[in-house]
Every structure is written in C-alpha cells, then in structure tokens.
Ligand binder design. Structure first.
Ligand code: FE
Length: 230
C-alpha cells in the first residue's frame, strides 16, 4: 500500500506527480498505475490533454454497469422467446432492450442443472465491459485466470459456490473478439415477478458464473417505484 506523507491541505495540483490517482488494487497493479500517473502528468503539463478530459473519459468508461447485464438476464427469465433470441445472438438481443454491446461478439451461456458456466480471460482481462462495467480486481488476478481453468470447482468453492456433483462446470475463455455473459438459472419462488423485480436478484458475480443469483427468500419481491408511488 502506498503511503502519503505530504500535506494534502496545500493547494496542490490534483495531478501532482507523487499522488496516486488510484490506490493499489488487490491484484497489486501498482507499477502500472505509477507509469500511467507519470505519463498523464507529462501530457497534462505539455498541454496535450487536460485533467477534465481524462475525468470525462473515465466517466464514459465507468458509465456501463451491472444493471445493464441484469436487465438482459431478467428479461430472458421473464420472456422465453427473448431467452431463445438471446442465446442465439447476444448482441442483437441486447439491442432489443436499447443496450449497446460495444464488444465484437457477445455469447450468452445458459446455466442448467446439468451444466454450470464460468467465465475467465486466461490471457488478460477481456470482459463484457459494455454491459457489466469494469471487471473486479480478482477477475484480472493471475490466480483467477490460471486456476479457473485448472481447478474450477475449487475456485467456485472459494467464492462460496458449491455445485451438485453431477453438475458439469464449463469454463469459457474470453478473447478480445468474444465476450461471455452467463445466464443463471431463474431462482424458484419468483413466479409472477416483474422484469424490474427479477433484475434485482441478478448480481455481477452470477453473470460471471462464480455465484448464484440472490435468493428471493433473502430478497423478498421488492416494490417497484410505480408500486410505491402509484
Ligand atoms: Fe483478455
């Protein structure tokens, strides 16, 4: 962990070259961050870009979030015809919901009692960012990338996910061109729920395949805004 021993109360530039813009993450990517900070400070000093521009680009990158993936999953649970289209062509089905998938191809893989899917990028950090936002740091860690292929059941157990012995685990290795989204099984006890209510059970980890969706018992049918304020 980097420590800051200088006085932040002084009127320093936010891009002071000794200030980390982002703290070290769990994957330990400190060196990369230092290089990014140094390069950015030079570009700002030379007038090539402004701190505001950098902030805007970061904002654009971070605008997509798991809520988009959750909408897609909830719709597939709600509408069997949509589910079929989604499994056939993820990108087109997302577009039906006005969700633009920026990646070249989106392959949706469906969990069943017989097969559980989990997504990894063994090479780097390929991830369906346009519908799930930025990947969690563990996703880009060397341990996750290597071990998910070698011993997926052990990795899932570390996430607290224990599958029945007769459920096969299928690991999908993402590439720059092909990103995967896991379609988890719809939790039982959600009959009659709306898409909006269903979407609240869909977590990021369940769409990567390292967790199940939330249980309706722990998350009783939430009221939509329209229900609360008719
Ligand atoms: Fe990658």
């Amino acid at each position: 962990m980097r420590t800051h021993d200088h006085d932040h109360s002084q009127n320093q530039s936010p891009l002071h070259e000794h200030d980390a813009l982002v703290a070290e993450d769990e994957a330990g990517n400190l060196l990369g961050q230092q290089m990014v900070d140094a390069l950015q400070a030079i570009l700002v000093r030379k007038g090539v870009l402004s701190p505001g521009e950098v902030g805007l680009e970061i904002q654009k990158l971070e605008a997509p979030g798991t809520h988009l993936g959750a909408r897609i999953v909830a719709r597939a649970w709600y509408d069997p015809a949509y589910r079929s289209r989604l499994l056939r062509d993820g990108k087109s089905a997302a577009a039906e919901l006005d969700i633009k998938v920026g990646e070249a191809q989106l392959v949706v893989v469906e969990n069943t009692p017989a097969e559980h899917n989990v997504v990894v990028c063994t090479l780097c950090s390929c991830y369906p960012r346009s519908i799930l936002g930025q990947p969690p740091s563990w996703y880009i860690s060397k341990a996750y990338r290597a071990r998910t292929v070698r011993e997926p059941a052990a990795v899932l157990a570390e996430f607290g996910l224990y599958l029945p012995d007769d459920t096969a685990i299928c690991t999908h290795d993402s590439t720059a061109d092909m990103r995967f989204l896991v379609l988890p099984m719809r939790p039982t006890g959600t009959e009659g729920w709306t898409c909006e209510q269903l979407s609240r059970l869909v977590t990021r980890d369940s769409m990567i395949g390292v967790a199940q969706p939330l249980s309706p018992d722990a998350h009783l049918a939430p009221k939509t805004a329209a229900e609360e304020h008719p």
